[in-house]
Design a protein around this ligand. Sequence first.
Ligand code: KG4
Ligand code: ZN
Length: 342
Amino acid sequence: MARLVLGIETSCDETAAAVVADGRDIRANVISSQVALHRPYGGVVPELASREHLANLPTVIKRALAESGCALAQIDAVAATYGPGLASSLLIGLNAARGIALAAGKPFVPVNHLEAHLYSPLIGASAAEEMFPLVALVVSGGHTMIIHATDLGAHRILGQTLDDAAGEAFDKVAKLLGLGYPGGPAIECCAASGDPAAVSFPRSMLDDPSDNFSFSGLKTAALYHLRDHPETAAADVAASFQEAVVDVLVGKLVRAAARLGVRNVAAAGGVSLNQRLRQRLTAACEEHGWQLRLASPSLCTDNAAMIAALAYHQLQRGFPANESSHWEMDVDPSCGLGRSVN
Ligand code: KG4
Ligand code: ZN
């Protein structure tokens, strides 16, 4: 019989709930976006985000259950993101999930948001077990990292950004260009009519032997370019900036995969929605004869299906779901990928 997990995600500005069977079959994936609420501020306002989660989460959970056709009594476990993210936002989802699990007498599974992004390309993939070992790029508004995974739950960070995340750079440069929020999709759209070679932006750390990244210099270069050459078309700046980010992300990912001799490469997180990045990764993997695993678009940005799916795998691995420490667990806003809750 299918094992059904109700997942809840409120780490940033998306209020999300999902029902996933056996870690792969998405029965419902409901996301209530707060983009319009935060747009006037050009970024996420933490207190507004948590209040909005508080207001919307019950409806989002009810919709997920209704769309899945499952009653709460049929759910086998309830999962929520414990971190990383905004503390006040995380608290809403974690506490709701724990309350539901407690009332319904189900196991409660705390899930790491980054780990959920990392394994999101597996969801619904055929032959997911053949995906390892792999080198993955997790690239979002808060993180940019290259990870080596030899199995589900067996991973280590090879490198990460030393300053801004790639998504953060997209958001900041979009703001400089007056393109609005969120910046990633706005830059991608604007870049479509621009020349990627118009402005020669730096490819920071591309030649550095580590797997680390740095995007703050690129953001500053965009600021100085706009100050010194205000006549440059926004589309050319957007296209040149996007190309610089993609060059670095693809260049470093390919180098890490080649060094480790893996044949599977994955990309996940909000920035992995970027079509130019997807094209360039596809071309690079074809050239090397590697399998490219990209999360499907609805699983790239924050969602609860990836939380429910990973919780299922954690339970399969013998995650001690009723251990009292999970019930007492606090949120961990800056936990990174490494923390083990087993
Ligand atoms: O994974 P996500 O939804 O949230 C975090 O965990 O951060 O990622 C959001 C980030 C934002 O910075 C947004 O600008 C970026 O992903 N993003 C994109 C695109 N769509 C979203 N960046 C580049 N191109 C896109 N098409
Ligand atoms: Zn995320």
